[in-house]
Write a protein of this length. Sequence first.
Length: 628
Amino acid sequence: MVKILHLQSMTRRSKRFLFLIVDSLIVPFSLYCAFALRYGTLWPQQQLSQSWALFAVMLVAGVALIVFFRLPYIKLHSFENQAMQRIAWVSVLLGLCAMITSYLLAMQAPRSVPLIFGAFFFLGAISMRIIALAVLTRSLNQHAERRPVAIYGAGAAGIQLAAALRQSHEARPVFFIDDNPNLHGLMITGLAVYSPEKLEKLLRKHEVHSVLMAMPSLPHARQQALLNKLSSLPVDVQILPSYIDMMAGKGMAKSFRTVPPDALLGRDKVALDTPEIAKTYAGRVVMVTGAGGSIGSELCRQLVNCNPARIILYEQGEYQLYSIDRDLAPMAALAGIPVVTRLGSVTNKARVTGVIEQEGVEIILHAAAYKHVPLVEHNELEGVRNNVLGTQVVAEAARAAQIERFILVSTDKAVRPTNIMGASKRMAELVIQDLQTRSEVTKFSMVRFGNVLGSSGSVLPLFQKQIAAGGPVTVTHAEVTRFFMTIPEAARLVLLAGAYAKGGDVFVLNMGEPKKIMDIAKQMILLSGRTVKDPVTGKGDISIEITGLRPGEKLYEELLIDDDSLCPTPHPKILCAEEAMLSQIEVASMLNEVNQSIDTADTLRLRRLIQKRVEGYRPPPSTERLIS
């Protein structure tokens, strides 16, 4: 057994040399077997003594053919039809060489010997590899820490996956599961195919804790239904995006991804690819503020596909700007699109104006904002400075430069807010609505997001870290609900808003029904292969703790202030609203009060202003008494 394990640790060159020796030894052995079978004796001494020259010639010819057809390069784990064809060619050519050599040396050996010789070499070379593979596989399964896995899908992807996993040091496939009843009971690549109804029993029998879904072409709705079904089982469900990476020799951890954010949406992703997007941004100079954030960086990536004349990355954080520039540079260079990086705050009027003028900006996507509710709640002056005054600075610079379009990235928390972050975004919307009334060239529009899965500060990365640490998973309230969307959906919605903008409009995505945060927490625990701990019995792996609503947090969010204000857009899943706005005098008064509050560091004055100017604002009970 030690020798077998030593074979695994040999260099590739040493293994090839070993197979060359073994294949070469099979040549004279096969020729001997041909003589023995033809003459019906184990030791045809007379015939062998007369054919020593044939043995010498065939050994030399065999080595030459083995090297030419690269038989030592055949990998045991990838032993398939093409490899067998190469061995067959060597066998046929060896038989022909034996015939020609016998004729040239005027040997009296029967004509059937070369044929039997070729057949014996073919069987010997293949048998040697099958036995070696079986011994190595058995040895690895017994001595290596390879966790057993089940493969859901016995199609082409599943077969390739099984072959790739046999080379893996992390996992070994033990059986297939497939919905096709015609495959049930069959053996495919040495693995049995079972019905999904038997999965739970098989998981216990084989001690399987991971199910790998090998159906990359499965429609999303069907994939979601399958994930929901598998989530009730105590297994880790992983989805195979492509088996090409695994065949290239990457480990299982690199070849699989865990369940993606869109699997938690509870709906199909919204298709937002329309020709209007490319038409709107093609050949334009586009500036993205907050370019290093979750939404801003995705906007930059998607803009590359819209063929703009130039992309201006505007970001306050040095590292964030460095990161998105490094990430975007190869894509942009391939598309021939210049990328310009500019450090600066959106509250710095001189810097913003200078960048717009110097770069000839034509479209601005304003994604720069402080968005974390608890942080802004405790740092309200800076939150309003950045979100409200920063939006005013960029928007007024855009109007002065008479750029084509300005899109504000807003949030559903701006609708009847209970926190400063949401209120600040609604005030930013009011600034944009007011500017639109005095803008003859620039079209100002807004986009409201739900919670963006996978963005910084969202529940997805938080829950993933908590589950990886063994829990507990923290939820603020059992009944908290939120609208959810993916980062690509959010970025695409911004681009579409720019295409559909007429001026002063608010765009939202039809995201279906809101989801409970509690349900998402449970689903993520189950999909990670763990179970939710029962608070009564204590059974289970990961507990869920209710921590209480945070300052400014409410149970549910809304997308529109007035549902009756909806109007259609060219896309059936995108809604547009025309909502109430303040007068120019009211907006000017609001901004003056904001500046006064910041200059005097008067947080109560700021909160009183918000309560007066932001429709539906409901302050938390802890501050309501102070500002009333």
